[in-house]
Design a protein around this ligand. Sequence first.
Ligand code: PSU
Ligand code: MN
Length: 309
Amino acid sequence: MRSVTDSLLQPSDEVAEALAGGAPVVALESTIISHGLPQPRNLEVARELEGVVRAAGAVPATIAVLDGVARIGLNEVELERIATESGLRKLGQRDLPVAAAMKASGATTVSATSFLAARAGIRVFATGGLGGVHRGWTEDQDESADLDTLARTRITVVCAGVKSILDVPATLQRLETRGVTVAGYRTDTFPGFYLNSSGLPIEWRIETPEDAAAVMRGQDALAGGPETALIVANPVPEDQQLDPALHDRVLAEALAAAEREGVKGQAITPFLLSYLVKGTGGASLEANLAAVRGNTALAARIAVAWSRA
Ligand code: PSU
Ligand code: MN
């Protein structure tokens, strides 16, 4: 008989087979598709990212909750639902039991995706930029659940740092406090999401996917401590970044608009990202996509190295 856990967490046949055989698998989140990118580009991107993973010899597992069931690996029709269904919810880790009980559908954030991926036995995950501590946190205390989940989940997240709409120094500080390991991929500074660099130094630099796999082995060898994540911070190439002056100008406008319109909570991140897309004439979208593509390709190489380790 299937247990309750089984019936709420369902890998696709392809993902289940890959995991059982020790083949490389890369988790992909769905909030970026449903809430982070404009239609119809979002569906193309969802497909493209799965293709990037396959081209590197790994199996993609896009994660979302459909009718109350956490699905690990989506087929074409399911991917389309995530990209086009209106009223799809944005689910963090804490929302998962309610979504299950209510048989709701929703896209999963970094926090929910990490949580579900780790439970399904997937070790490597690619996204664009992590959530973190929002600007103005001294007043509003808005800190993404991404950080808390990564402080207690054994997963490797490949990302272009944290979204630059955030208070990046405060977020790096919180990652340190919570004991989340951060390594720069061929960089000594923390990436700036749309920008190649945030200008903030990071302590560790790795050069290859095999280095990442070695750090992961180190995490597991130091067993008994908290199950923390590894963040592999992979910058968008300099020639594909958003123009820094344009970034700073439009971001200031976006933050002022959010303040004026009283946008808060779950809505703030999608609001700022879409403001940037409009305000930069689509240039921020291209930089975001370049970052996500690069992260997905690197995550696949890390998953391959990990499967051989
Ligand atoms: N990366 C992107 N675009 C996104 C996100 C990440 O390039 O839209 C999403 C992720 O799902 C992340 C979420 O978990 O934004 C953070 O939302 P919040 O700040 O409400 O926790
Ligand atoms: Mn928040």
